[in-house]
Design a protein around this ligand. Sequence first.
Ligand code: MLT
Length: 411
Amino acid sequence: MARINDNYLKLQAGYLFPEISRRISEFTQANPKASVIRLGIGDVTKPLVPAVLKAFHEGVDEMAEAATFHGYGPEQGYDWLSQIIIDKAYKPLGVDLKTSEVFISDGSKCDSANILDIFDLSNKVAIGDPVYPVYNDTNVMVGRSGQMNDKGHYAGLVYMPCTEENGFNPVFPTEKVDLIYLCFPNNPTGTVATKDQLKAWVDYAIKTDAVILFDAAYEAFITEADIPHSIYEIEGAKQCAIEFRSFSKTAGFTGVRCGLTVVPEELLGTTADGKKYSFNKLWNRRQCTKFNGVAYPVQKAAAAVYSDEGWAQVKEIIDYYMENAQVIREGLSAAGIECFGGVNAPYIWLKTPEGMTSWDFFDKLLNECFVVGTPGSGFGPSGEGYFRLSAFGERENVETAVQRIKEKWGK
Ligand code: MLT
């Protein structure tokens, strides 16, 4: 009989978001009349914008004619899309990239998991706590960890607590690590790193010969002018960082699937016999073997996000979600609930009222207010006592949710 990958058994029973869905469906089956407002998983509610939809349709129509049909595309994505991304999303930041450094994919969640293929198992990994669960769980899955301890940390992984005291910015690991996950704007805490803070990370990575895996999936939600959108805005970052970006939240692609990963050619690792080797070459090799590229119409649609018309339409929706964030943050803060984030990110990280545990608050909120959020402890032990509300939703629902919470727990 085939042996299973026992590392999976080290994980908690279910991935966080399916567990939340399970509890919601249990509740809605028992309470079919309850109008449940979902501010849990960060999933967009607004449809694709017209410019994107038009390009998407055109892409599909091209597939209908032999003369314009597209079979396998490049595993790295079409050059024209990479060039548009470089011109529109990176050049304005003062960042120049080659198309060979940009890899189009089906999303940043998959890429931030798949990237582990190109790193030896012996690498020591540092992740935040709380953290987007994918970074933690995928390292457990590949066998980089031992068992989980009572606290909820896995042996062999290095955790960087992100607490109110440190402004939810991870502090440097106290031991030598080789891979450092950073996510800014942060999921789940909604906080951001300033240029100085990011520079400190880049300097640290260069000094300690570490690679930063920088998740910038929420960069489009930054509203403050001086906050960096890309780690490559920091000098030296191309020598030490891989960056992930996503069309999911930026342009409503959660169900369409498109993202990208930047692996600079300057970024080198070492071979077993101590020679330097390019991670770009390895990622390219990995993608060519394991991935067949993103659907042509999806890449057409993604390119349209960066047309003048497309960007204006997309930006309007981003602003709408960020106004939701403001409604949540200001509404709850005014009612005496301590809130963080929500200024440069679509997530509000709040302190649970009355010192409740995160899951107790989840259950109470669902059962008594019919509102769904995400328990902070689901993102790691340092998230205990916190709760994440997503700003992705319709305004009316967001206002109703805030009202219900205020009525129940407002001071
Ligand atoms: C979240 O709610 O944290 C995200 O939607 C999850 C994801 O993007 O995979």
